[in-house]
Ligand binder design. Structure first.
Ligand SMILES: O=C([O-])CC(=O)C(=O)O
Ligand SMILES: [Mg+2]
Length: 215
């Protein structure tokens, strides 16, 4: 496996998992999935700390979704679940910013979520986290505050599909490449944001980030 340093410049394709926590599926009135629900964001969605989250033009219900991000370390095609963790290069905290009004409309009409999930600034991301800083990705506290008030507070042990299962499942259909980011789904507590809001989010005490929302 190549040296981890090369993944500090991760920023390749963003593969997202939907409804991977029962309580979040329930809060939006969705059934619990029997297999992972996948969607993609374009790489133009990435921002890092210091850049603002922009409410996309016409969106009236921008939501935060804090998620554990897994950075892929080596090329993965059709990997077994028992081997899958070898393909992890490290981690990151990611926000799956969602135009909930646009997503609701897309759901109603059976249309894709690309616009609701893939607009510019829809993937704020922390710095790269070395793999050994998170020895067990299935037991990490994950939290998000808006203007100092806790909105999301979960633990990755409540994920329906594990990191290993997700990598194995996804790699059956498309190849994961070094530098790709896998966003593993959000716990409950998603809520509406407005211009000027300050989001703080973190994974246990491993990492925390801050982003401002702008119209
Ligand atoms: O928009 C949604 O509810 C699906 C999703 O991304 C998640 O569960 O993290
Ligand atoms: Mg999400």
């Amino acid at each position: 496996m190549a040296k981890l340093a090369q993944f500090k410049d991760f920023g390749k394709k963003i593969v997202c998992v939907g409804r991977n926590y029962r309580e979040h599926a329930a809060e939006l009135g969705n059934p619990v999935p029997s297999k992972p629900i996948l969607f993609l964001k374009p790489t133009t969605a990435y921002i890092s700390e210091g850049q603002a989250i922009k409410i996309p033009k016409g969106c009236t219900d921008l939501n935060h979704e804090v998620e554990l991000g897994v950075v892929i370390g080596s090329r993965a095609t059709n990997v077994q679940e028992s081997e899958a963790m070898k393909y992890v290069g490290g981690y990151a905290l990611g926000l799956d910013m969602t135009a909930r009004d646009w997503q609701a409309e897309a759901k109603k009409n059976g249309h894709p979520w690309s616009l609701a999930k893939g607009f510019d600034t829809s993937c704020p991301i922390s710095a790269f986290i070395e793999k050994d800083k998170i020895p067990n990705p299935e037991n990490v506290d994950i939290w998000l505050k808006v203007n100092g008030e806790t909105r999301q507070s979960g633990n990755t042990k409540d994920m329906i599909f594990s990191v290993a299962h997700l990598i194995s499942y996804i790699s059956q259909f498309f190849t994961l490449e070094p530098g790709d980011l896998l966003l593993t789904g959000t716990p409950a507590g998603v809520s509406k944001l407005k211009s000027g809001d300050i989001i703080q989010a973190g994974l246990g005490d491993v990492v925390n980030v801050q982003f401002t929302v702008q119209s």
